[in-house]
Design a protein around this ligand. Structure first.
Ligand SMILES: Cc1cc2nc3c(=O)[nH]c(=O)nc-3n(C[C@H](O)[C@H](O)[C@H](O)COP(=O)(O)OP(=O)(O)OC[C@H]3O[C@@H](n4cnc5c(N)ncnc54)[C@H](O)[C@@H]3O)c2cc1C
Length: 324
């Protein structure tokens, strides 16, 4: 049955401002690939209370809920995303000495600039990664020898399943419980987040990352700025920085560099429509203008098949595919 988007949006406006809610929102506006069909309902969230309300409505109305950050590691399919898409705008940065607590919606670049101002070092590796803290924790984002897992002390998140249980109990007992229960907001220590290369517990559990706390070090502005500029310059030289993409399309191999393998298979420049294996960096698929998700997925399939045929290596996607 077709979702009554207007009805759901009206229900949401009881607790969330209308200007935070959009119906039929083109996801190409929210992804670095600049690709993707419409989200039925797109909601910008500023507080935990708003987040709880959206989760509650999605549970009661039985509609799917998707969380995105800056959309820099996702490919949204051409028919878009059913249900509600939420983007967290938790933008607080709290600095206590070298311990830094950051909201899930903060962009890595913005945090990098704040840390530079405060002469705090240890986050330079993230220069040029266009994600938010939420996406970076989930992906255990990393570059130039650093990864999120190296600096995270703990992460605060919202346990959707726990909250859904409470809603269910409320429904069956007929009593209304609006109080926030401590159990749905949990704090996971670094070791509990099961980090490994581009992997974390957040891929297996229905947790929404709210904020993370980082342990960094005292540094000096000169060195921090130099390092950040060096990494940014290196990206500009080696990556198709000006073209829409989702970064490295594939994960690194255990004992090989995937981009090098793709290049050696002669796949640079291979394209379907406007989706192309970048001529600058074979690990990136770029959108040359009007690529569709179908075009990108066609290129992905071809690259995987040719690489397997020629090298017997199975290369895995790093980019996450969502929607229908
Ligand atoms: C030009 C370019 C260069 C890049 N370079 C690098 C690099 O060097 N290293 C690297 O690791 N990555 C790189 N990336 C990929 C990407 O930037 C990272 O993976 C980034 O961490 C994704 O963050 P995001 O906020 O954009 O997440 P999104 O792409 O929006 O989401 C990624 C996943 O995280 C989930 N998610 C987002 N926010 C939350 C939340 N609050 N709670 C729970 N789940 C959430 C989403 O549901 C999705 O599954 C690059 C991308 C581009 C376009």
């Amino acid at each position: 049955m077709e979702l009554d988007k207007r009805k759901i949006a009206d229900i949401l406006t009881k607790e969330i401002k209308q200007e935070q809610i959009n119906i039929d929102e083109p996801m190409k506006k929210h992804t670095s690939f600049k690709i993707g069909g419409n989200a039925d309902i797109f909601v910008k969230i500023h507080t935990i209370e708003e987040l709880k309300y959206v989760i509650k409505i999605s549970k009661i109305e039985e509609i799917p809920l998707t969380v995105i950050g800056n959309g820099s590691n996702i490919l949204v399919r051409d028919n878009g995303i059913r249900g509600i898409v939420v983007k967290l705008e938790f933008n607080q940065i709290m600095i206590d000495g070298t311990v830094v607590t950051v909201g899930a919606g903060v962009k890595l670049g913005e945090l990098g600039q704040r840390l530079l101002q405060k002469e705090i070092t240890g986050f330079e590796f993230a220069s040029g990664i266009p994600g938010t803290i939420g996406g970076a924790v989930r992906m255990n984002a990393g570059a130039y020898g650093g990864e999120m897992k190296d600096i995270i002390i703990e992460t605060k998140c919202f346990d959707i399943e726990q909250y859904e249980k409470e809603i269910q109990e409320e429904k069956s007992s007929g009593t209304k419980c609006n109080k926030s229960k401590a159990s749905e907001v949990i704090v996971l220590a670094n070791e509990e987040q099961e980090f490994s290369y581009r992997h974390s517990i957040f891929m297996n559990k229905k947790y929404i990352i709210l904020e993370t706390t980082l342990q960094l070090e005292k540094g000096n502005a000169y060195d921090i700025r130099n390092k950040m500029q060096e990494y940014l310059y290196s990206r500009k030289e080696k990556q198709p920085v000006g073209m829409p993409s989702a970064g490295s399309t594939f994960k690194r191999g255990k004992d090989y560099i995937t981009a090098k393998v793709i290049d050696e298979c002669g796949l640079k420049g291979y394209h379907i429509g406007d989706a192309e294996v970048s001529n600058v960096h074979a690990g990136f698929i770029v959108n040359k203008g009007n690529a569709t998700a179908k075009d990108v997925l066609g290129v992905v399939k071809h690259v995987q098949e040719v690489v397997y045929e020629k090298t017997k290596k199975s290369i895995e996607l790093e980019v996450e595919i969502i929607g229908e």
